[in-house]
Design a protein around this ligand. Structure first.
Ligand SMILES: [Fe+2]
Ligand SMILES: [Fe+2]
Length: 253
């Protein structure tokens, strides 16, 4: 479960619409497994899962409004359709985590300051910054779910983490595709500056994720330097995939 998200690429927004439709069936997970988290495991993972459950639940209404404007201006209606299906898949992650918390008799959070802060940034940002904030969350989600799966003995939680880890990999490729569509308008210098700002955002967010969720990373045997290395690999893969999408001869899924 530790490979970087790369390889297959969707050439058009409609390839992504098709991918999200094909992946929309409810995943088969071992909900009937009777294993429950131990007391020590609960202390390590529950508060952390509660935060991610809330984070995955975003409706993306304001981002969709901006995407609608972009689609109208560019004529790329497929991008809007793909973004809607992408958000639906994120909300499914949230529902799966909520169901897991229910199985473990733990409540879902209604509010958390980290979630509120990112919601505020997305609300104030244009479409491109919105997508970069979302891509930052995907980049960090992959090392997180890999660690969460390794931190528990629960077959159910391990299966959930495996599934979300794989889907976040596809989301990263989708984000690379969406970003490439927006970045085509920029000069090479503007793209370089934009990437530098994205690195700054990633660094601050990674430090925050480590502080908030270090119990999970430590229980999985991760040091901060390993967490950062995995995060950086995902980030580099995102930009490499965006470069491929910018090429005129992009391969199909
Ligand atoms: Fe997700
Ligand atoms: Fe995602």
């Amino acid at each position: 479960m530790h490979k970087v998200a790369v390889q297959k690429t969707g050439a058009t927004a409609y390839d992504w619409v098709e991918y999200f439709y094909q992946n929309a069936r409810e995943p088969v997970l071992p909900w009937e497994d009777a294993t429950r988290l131990s007391g020590a495991e609960r202390l390590v993972v529950i508060a952390s899962i509660q935060q991610f459950q809330l984070g995955e639940s975003a409706s993306g209404a304001r981002m969709l409004e901006r995407a609608r404007q972009f689609s109208r201006a560019s004529g790329d209606l497929g991008l809007l359709a793909a973004l809607k299906l992408f958000l639906r898949e994120e909300q499914r992650h949230s529902r799966i985590l909520a169901r897991f918390l229910e199985v473990e008799n733990a409540p879902c959070l209604r509010k958390h300051w980290v979630h509120s802060a990112f919601r505020w940034i997305r609300g104030a940002a244009g479409l491109e910054l919105c997508l970069k904030v979302l891509a930052t969350a995907e980049v960090l989600a992959r090392p997180y779910y890999a660690a969460l799966g390794d931190a528990t003995g629960s077959p159910l939680l391990k299966s959930i983490c495996n599934r979300i880890f794989d889907e976040e990999g596809a989301h990263l490729r989708f984000q690379a595709f969406a970003l490439s569509r927006l970045q085509q308008r920029h000069s090479p210098l503007a793209r370089t500056l934009g990437k530098a700002c994205h690195v700054a955002l990633l660094s601050c967010t990674a430090a925050l994720v480590w502080m908030e969720h270090q119990s999970v990373f430590r229980a999985a045997g991760r040091t901060f330097s390993r967490f950062w290395k995995e995060t950086w690999q995902e980030f580099q893969a995102l930009y490499q995939a965006a470069l491929v999408f910018n090429c005129p001869r992009t391969p199909r899924i």
